[in-house]
Design a protein around this ligand. Structure first.
Ligand code: ZN
Ligand code: ZN
Length: 215
């Protein structure tokens, strides 16, 4: 447990549930004053109350502690709606089929928001037999590099990890890939659809290409 529940998390979740402090207090068998103290940062709920508190606020204990109510709108686990979480400290990459509460190095990670390719992160895609050969025109220094390239279909994610001093390129099986993402350690996540011009063998994807954004 890298953090304890905060007052603002309790207040937000309580208000979302349209419960008064007194009503929540009653469900937990504590005084309204106690709930008020937690919410104003003058005290903490006893650890034995975390479970009941989470339950009455309709979240998991993990969400309660992260201060983030997670709504997984992707219960069918469609991989096309995968989220990427990248730790800013160690570069750890997590891929999830929906939003979740995760942390690495004590940082609560947020899902990376994808943008379309820009001039500093141009990408080219070449079809070589049954693969997309994806190359990004970008430096690969220790300070600034492309850290992964992923090909996403409805039922699979191909994730290729890249390293500084290597090449900013990857081969992805074309099979089912509907969205290609790549991540710059400084500038974040980029995403585009390789489908638009799939009949051409070589194509340049510029900033004007279709953005496969978040739903
Ligand atoms: Zn980390
Ligand atoms: Zn960059």
């Amino acid at each position: 447990m890298d953090q304890y529940v905060t007052g603002s998390a309790i207040r937000q979740l309580r208000e979302k549930k349209k419960l008064t402090q007194e009503a929540l207090a009653e469900k937990l068998g504590v005084s309204g004053k106690a709930v008020s103290r937690w919410e104003t940062g003058k005290g903490y709920p006893d650890i034995s109350l975390l479970g009941p508190l989470a339950e009455n606020l309709s979240v998991s204990v993990a969400e309660l502690l992260s201060g983030n109510a997670v709504e997984n709108a992707n219960v069918s686990a469609n991989m096309l709606r995968s989220e990427f979480y990248v730790c800013p400290v160690c570069g750890n990459v997590l891929c999830s089929t929906g939003e979740c509460a995760v942390s690495c190095h004590g940082v609560s990670l947020l899902p990376a928001e994808a943008e379309g390719p820009d001039d500093a992160h141009r990408v080219s895609v070449e079809v070589v037999e049954d693969e997309h050969f994806v190359a990004i025109d970008h430096p690969m220094t220790r300070d600034h590099y492309i850290s992964f390239i992923a090909g996403i279909g409805s039922d699979r994610v191909q994730l290729v990890k890249l390293y500084p001093e290597g090449n900013a390129e990857a081969r992805l099986k074309i099979n089912g890939v509907r969205r290609i993402c790549y991540y710059c350690n400084r500038d974040g996540l980029f995403s585009f659809s390789p489908l638009n011009s799939s009949l051409r063998s070589v194509r340049q994807v510029s900033a004007s290409c279709q953005v496969a954004g978040r739903p």
